[in-house]
Design a protein around this ligand. Structure first.
Ligand SMILES: *Cc1c(COP(=O)(O)O)cnc(C)c1O
Length: 458
């Protein structure tokens, strides 16, 4: 199957080209030229299938023209070495838990799939040279990509991150791995990291010496596999007799995750409607209200993986619905929450149900609490484990910060010693293991000449 660019100015690409290039030459995003609908019989019996069986069927619809079934099934099953279960939070509201992977967030699914697909293509090539993946990160992408590629033969990953600007929990998830993962600590900000990566791709001398590729989140191999768990959510809800009027609420930043859900819907997944839940970065929310897309600089929030002011996958959503605002609003509604609303939601949900939300999932949960209609059942995507945001979550759940939850500032300070914690978020073993690892990173200036010399010397 071929892939076209949302800007329609670049030549169509094969799957391999789309995966290796990431972004089309006209700077558009790749889209599959067909989205195959799955047969009614599949949906009728889906509740009897396992997550792996479901994912293999969905993968075959996307990639079956390009990859033999046996290879594809192996890639899918290796990717999904962990479950994506649904858990009841309260009557009619369920959490699709996407945090059971190695870095405790949904990005593990796409990153692991991409690593294995890239490896598959590399093995088929005559070129036996190692492939180098460069990724700039402000925190979470780096850990998902590094862990997704960890131990994958033939690929070396360089994670560039801004010195002192990622949280210690995030940092340990990509600096302690070793093996085929190198963490590069750049003396600068995230934009410097991104500039170094982009300059490397444009440098002819470097590109003739080594094979370079990117693994950013707009890559079709990272984005499409996220459809797998929407089908699984439907199957598990159907088994409970709760799938007739399903509403799926997705905490959204760059909108890759929800777009994968929209692809699933196009393939026939019987979801009634979607909600895109935003933090204070309300660009999509405003688009739904006004029909005008007005990107702006992102603002910092406690749900920081959704701090995006110009969501890149918006182009894919427009393309999917022929630029029709009417079609988009008939299927998707929006919600936007301030930091104090997010804190309040984490506290209320915990008090009433005992379920601990992370700040991103809290947006998804609240959108269901406020938006679910009579007869509907809601599933929100719990995109990360609350332990990844331990301080923020514990401060929100402590009684002290609750009384001052109105003020974002005082809730911030409540995370320090003066608050009495009523709740401790347990750190899962796999996260604790990262935190005990030895940090290894290569210091780098923000000057491209230095980065280039380093890569040339490898
Ligand atoms: C990346 C991320 C999001 C946003 O997902 P998009 O696909 O960019 O919309 C939400 N929550 C968490 C925890 C994330 O890491």
């Amino acid at each position: 199957m071929n892939y076209y660019s949302t800007n329609r100015q670049a030549p169509e690409a094969t799957l391999e080209e789309a995966v290796v290039k990431g972004l089309a030459s006209d700077r558009g995003l790749y889209m599959p030229e067909h989205i195959k609908a799955l047969p009614k019989e599949f949906f009728d019996t889906i509740d009897t299938l396992s997550f792996h069986e479901i994912a293999c069927r969905v993968a075959e619809a996307f990639f079956g023209d390009d990859i033999p079934k046996e290879d594809l099934d192996r890639i899918v099953c290796d990717t999904l070495a962990f479950d994506c279960p649904v858990a009841e939070v309260e009557p009619d509201i369920y959490s699709l838990e996407l945090f059971h992977g190695p870095t405790l967030a949904f990005k593990d699914v796409g990153a692991r799939f991409m690593a294995r697909l890239l490896q598959y293509f590399i093995r088929k090539r005559d070129d036996s040279r190692e492939v180098n993946v460069l990724v700039a990160t402000s925190g979470d992408t780096g850990s998902a990509v590094a862990n997704g590629f960890l131990g994958v033969d033939g690929i070396h990953v360089y994670v560039l991150y801004p010195k002192g600007k990622v949280s210690p929990i995030q940092e340990c998830q990509f600096t302690t791995l070793g093996r085929n993962i190198t963490a590069v600590e750049v003396d600068g900000v995230f934009d410097d990291c991104q500039r170094l990566v982009k300059s490397a791709f444009m440098d002819e001398e470097l590109c003739s010496k080594m094979v370079l590729t990117s693994a950013n989140s707009i890559n079709v191999a990272r984005f499409l596999p996220q459809a797998f768990y929407y089908f699984n959510a439907y199957a598990r809800m159907k088994a409970l007799g709760k799938a007739d009027e399903l509403v799926i609420s997705v905490p959204s930043g760059n909108f890759g995750n929800i777009t994968a859900g929209l692809f699933a819907h196009r393939m026939g997944l019987p979801v009634k409607r979607f909600i895109a839940a935003n933090n204070a970065n309300d660009i999509f929310y405003n688009y739904l209200l006004s029909g005008v897309y007005n990107p702006k600089a992102s603002v910092q929030t406690i749900a920081n993986a959704m701090d995006v002011g110009d969501p890149s996958n918006f182009a894919r959503i427009l393309d999917l619905y022929g630029n029709s605002h009417e079609r988009i609003t008939s299927l998707i509604s929006g919600a936007t929450y301030t930091d104090s609303q997010i804190r309040e939601t984490m506290l209320n949900c915990y008090r009433h149900t005992g379920y601990i939300l992370d700040p991103h999932g809290a947006c998804g949960y609240r959108a269901l609490k406020e938006g679910l209609r009579e007869g509907e059942t809601g599933v929100f995507l719990e995109t990360a484990h609350p332990a990844k945001f331990k301080e923020t979550v514990e401060s929100a759940l402590s009684a002290e910060s609750a009384s001052s939850a109105e003020s974002a500032l005082s809730a911030e300070s409540a995370s320090s010693a003066e608050s009495t914690l009523s709740v401790e978020v347990a750190i899962p073993d796999r996260l604790a293991a990262f935190m005990q690892g030895r940090k290894q990173s290569t210091p780098m200036t923000a000057d491209f000449a230095d980065f280039k010399a380093y890569l040339m010397g490898r």
